[in-house]
Write a protein that binds this ligand. Structure first.
Ligand SMILES: [Zn+2]
Length: 162
């Protein structure tokens, strides 16, 4: 696959309440619902995405801790030569119903309030695209739903099995 970098939004769904130990952020309470985490990869976007699809024994990023409890239910991505993750976070935060579970989550190296946003009802990618375009974000934004995610997970399993 392409070695290009890009920006992505990982959609996670939590079925029930969890108290999760998130590295230096400490013990955080997560309520059931939908979480959108925005990140980017300088290069090899798809390797980063696959790393999120896997469960890690040793979490590295803030999001890895939440990922241990939450299922991936969607993914939005774009090949962006320039970093766009802060713009994407702003766009996600501007969606109706957006709540901030914990300030600074995933945003240790930038000025954003957060790179993790909570929603009671999962927002639609088309609305996200409109909000992103309004902020001057680069399009197109591609969407992976269940089918594409399942294919990617299957593919990664095969690779690791060899
Ligand atoms: Zn940021």
């Amino acid at each position: 696959m392409s070695a290009a970098g890009g920006t992505y939004a990982l959609l996670l769904t939590l079925e029930k309440d969890y108290l999760v130990e998130v590295g230096r952020l400490g013990s955080l309470h997560f309520q059931p619902g939908h979480y959108i985490y925005v990140g980017r990869a300088r290069r090899r976007l798809f390797s980063r995405i696959k790393a999120h699809l896997h469960l890690h024994q040793r979490p590295h990023w803030h999001i890895d801790y939440l990922r241990q409890r939450a299922g991936v239910t969607g993914l939005w991505w774009a090949l962006t030569p320039e970093p766009q993750e802060c713009l994407w976070s702003q766009a996600v935060l501007s969606l109706p119903g957006a709540l901030v579970p914990r300030p600074r989550f995933g945003a240790s190296d930038c000025r954003c309030l957060t790179h993790l946003v909570y929603f009671n009802t999962a927002p639609s990618p088309s609305l996200f695209r409109r909000h992103l375009a309004k902020l001057g974000g680069q399009v197109p934004v591609h969407v992976w739903a269940e089918k594409e995610l399942a294919e990617q997970m299957e593919y990664t399993r095969e690779c690791r099995g060899r």
